[in-house]
Design a protein around this ligand. Sequence first.
Ligand code: FES
Length: 126
Amino acid sequence: LSTTEVDLDGIETGSEVTVVWQGKPVFVRHRTEEDIERAEDVDLADLPDPEPDSERVINPEWLIMVGICTHLGCVPLKGQGDFGGWFCPCHGSHYDTSGRIRKGPAPANLVIPPYEFLNDSNIKIG
Ligand code: FES
């Protein structure tokens, strides 16, 4: 399938599911207020790959991104690392609550796939 639909109902605030889109893991994260504040309250000058959080989300409560480390392709672990987001155990890349690279060898932020909201509680990726 070239697209993947995800029902957001039941993904509680602060939790995350991984779905498969075109053979790749995609993280669907229901962010908390604190996650969102941390993602927005960042000096872009501090980012290796500067990108405002607002350009990475459609609805700030939902962060949808390809779960493949931009270094050499491992799958980062959620809730770990120094920035409250994800940590790649392969070589130690730390991603923040917007999925942006903050520390470690990865050169770029986690990729945002094309997606749209079909309604308040369903998205279509791809
Ligand atoms: Fe993630 Fe190297 S593959 S840090």
